[in-house]
Write a protein that binds this ligand. Structure first.
Ligand code: NCD
Length: 362
């Protein structure tokens, strides 16, 4: 069963094809109006969402299909203690494809293993958000004409910002990409993203705390919200929440064709005065979410009988994931699953959430 949990389960050629289909949908929407007639999308949102859930709904409706689901965990049996696997097994019987968002990292991975229909990860905790990345890539392609040779500034909460993690993973596969990582010390990019995609000279990147100093070289400025709901300490959130606020004066030295992006919702990290600047692309970006999700639904339904491309993990009783945000921390009957990412240094990562572990050598 083909699902989409991590953006890297799609090859670059597949991403390019999804973008091409989305552009065709934008040009000739009537061609696709009945493409999913009789099909049902299940939207299981255990965590709040506006754009992602509604754009999935709009996508399926624009393909002539139907949608069922819930928009908060309290209105599902999760509030009675039902496991992710059981919920998904049931909803597989009521729908042809499922989009799922969950506060626990790795929950869509569990869902993909239990479901009998394709699962789309619509955001898992502070981990991944592959369909936002597809939206971002479509936006960049339409604005810049290409996904190569770009200096991309990522600003704000790079630690918990799942959209940033998936975007780096995807863009690291194009040529001539340089990342400028702009974040306070406490909200720097997690190690698993840095070492897997950027470290050891894999890709050019710099880390800075100074947004204005970085501004002149940027082709893309991707602003993010400080992810209040993922902080263990509210005081720490209050201290960091206004770390970066993009105003018109801070754009004084920016390129005239800079593309300012934001996955939204915005809190206060972009002044509303920036909205009328021709470089502001975030509302158009949100609009693109509908078309790329239409392309993805079409692809996964067409390929549903193809083999699972979800990353493998080996069940183990020797290591326990130490990430309190991992789905295994709440669903303790799940087997611990790890994969070895570096044999020389004995580094393993949790198959659900990517938390690092060093098992004892036998
Ligand atoms: C993002 C998310 O949910 O991670 N929003 C979205 O899907 N468009 C970003 C955020 O919540 O800050």
């Amino acid at each position: 069963m083909r699902s989409l949990i991590d953006i890297l389960e799609l090859t670059t050629a597949e991403i390019d094809e999804l973008i091409a289909v989305a552009e065709d949908i934008i040009a000739t929407p009537e061609k696709y109006a009945e493409a999913c007639k009789g099909k049902i999308l299940g939207t299981l949102f255990f965590e709040p969402s506006t754009r992602t859930r509604l754009s999935f709904t709009s996508a399926m409706m624009s393909l002539g299909g139907n949608v069922l689901g819930f928009s908060e965990a309290t209105s599902s049996s999760a509030s009675k203690g039902e496991s992710v696997a059981d919920t998904v097994r049931m909803v597989s019987a009521y729908s042809d494809i499922i989009a799922m968002r969950h506060p626990k990292e790795g929950a869509p991975y569990v869902a993909a293993k239990a479901a009998t229909v394709p699962i789309i990860n619509a955001g898992d905790g502070g981990h991944f958000h592959p369909t936002q990345t597809l939206t971002d890539l479509l936006t960049i392609k339409r604005k810049k004409g290409s996904l190569h040779n770009l200096t991309v500034g990522l600003c704000g909460d790079l630690k918990f910002g799942r959209t940033v993690h998936s975007l780096i993973a995807a863009m690291s596969r194009y040529t001539g990409i340089k990342f400028v990582l702009i974040a306070p010390e406490e909200l720097k990019l997690p190690g698993y993203v840095k070492y897997e995609f950027l470290g050891d000279g894999k890709l050019e990147y710099v880390e800075t705390t100074d947004m204005e100093a970085a501004m002149p070289e940027l082709d893309i400025l991707y602003m993010t919200r400080i992810q209040q709901e993922r902080f263990a300490s509210h005081d720490e959130y209050l201290r960091l929440k206004d770390s970066y606020i993009l105003t018109l004066d801070k754009l004084a030295n920016a390129k005239p064709d800079l593309c300012i992006m934001h996955p939204l919702p915005r809190v206060n990290e972009i002044s509303v005065k920036v909205d009328d600047d021709p470089r502001a692309c975030y509302f158009e970006q949100a609009k693109n979410g509908r078309y790329i999700r239409m392309a993805l639904i079409l692809k996964l339904l067409a390929e549903k009988d193809q083999p699972d491309t979800v990353r493998p993990g080996e069940p183990t009783t020797e290591i326990t994931c130490s990430n309190p945000r991992c789905i295994t921390s709440t669903e303790q009957e799940l087997p611990q699953m790890f994969r070895c990412v570096d044999e020389e240094h004995n580094i393993h990562r949790c198959a659900y959430c990517d938390q690092k572990a060093y098992p004892k050598k036998k």
